[in-house]
Design a protein around this ligand. Sequence first.
Ligand code: IMP
Length: 431
Amino acid sequence: MNKNIVILGTQWGDEGKGKIVDYLTSDSSYVVRYQGGHNAGHTLVVNGKKTILHLIPSGLLHNNVIGVISNGVVVSPLELIKEINMLKKNHICINKRLFISRSSPLVLQYHIEMDIAREKKLGISALGTTGRGIGPAYEDKVARRALRIGDLKNEKNLSMRLEKIVSYYNHQLVSFYKQKPVDYKIVLRDLLPTIDVIYDMIKDTTNILHRAIKDKKKIVFEGAQGSFLDIDHGTYPYVTSSNSTIGGVLTGTGVGPKHLDYILGVTKAYSTRVGYGPFPTELFDNTDKHFSNKGHEFGSTTGRKRRTGWLDAVSLCQSVHINSLSGLCITKLDVLDGLNEIKICVAYRNVHTSEVISFSDIDDWENVTPIYETYPGWNRKTLGIKKLEDLPYEARNYLDRIEEITQIPIDIISTGPDRSDIILVKDNFFI
Ligand code: IMP
């Protein structure tokens, strides 16, 4: 029985997790964000209306669901308030149904200034971060100097600690990066009004989740970013600063593995990545234009054009392994409509030696070139199809091949942006 479901991305983020979280949460009691911060961008379309969430769990669009931002997430109180207000404007009230871990590290202005200053200084070696201060905020956590959500409850102490931390940052910002200093009084001034709004949301979220488990409530764990942006398992150093693979759920919530009943890997029918770093199947031709335009491949957080490419089944298999995936959800299948042929990367070759190399043997991504299998495309529309048997034969063929390579089932297929554009292949998801 799939009581507690983890939904995570198997590629470089932007797989379309938000929509799937929203869909599967309709039957759940809790939805939990467990890593990342407002670098994420989850786009949801409900009855044609688009909502983009960065920090608040996507499942909160359902009025009966309780949202949790757990300890693994870094939280910008200013961004959180912006999102709460945006939802309020759209008549979605999160009153008494959003809880934030008191252990979540804060993201504040000095993190953002540092993120931007570093990227600027790196020049052509920049990572292409979202510039949201996520890396520096996680650094503070590991360095044991972070201000955390719980610290907002002690205003006097907060001001003292803020002054100290800002002076640490200013030393680097001014002396090394030649940037303007940050004024801690302004950081404090902006922060104080947020405390009243979030005060009652601050909780021991691990405890809340364990109570929910005891009460046999269903929980959806919502991943952000994707497996190859993971700080340990991703294409380092072109990664984010958290564990976007399965381990992030455990450390980021305090819920152990025996309570995770099903792990869904969300996979786009092709590949995209924003920011810099290795991308073996990247395209620079008309197919890139097709993916960009038809798939609206522009970042929902930064607006940057996403790099696009064919599906990379080598890295997908690695994702299946490192995440212990139970099944896959293939998203944006409809974006492939109208292509004459479709390719899947099934192996990597070393460009110098022509040897086939396995994922774990890659020490230099520059030397990797993809080996493709090519399949016929389809000319019919798959947009909005809701039954597997209504898909064109060629689309079924493509999906069958993905299952064959990855050795796990495709349990959900998304055929368009709307909540209802979905094929539920596995029939006992909602038991
Ligand atoms: P950071 O997370 O802002 O430090 O950025 C590090 C890398 O992760 C950059 O390549 C970003 O573009 C990428 N990244 C961060 N969040 C997301 C996301 O939600 N989707 C896709 N890429 C992301």
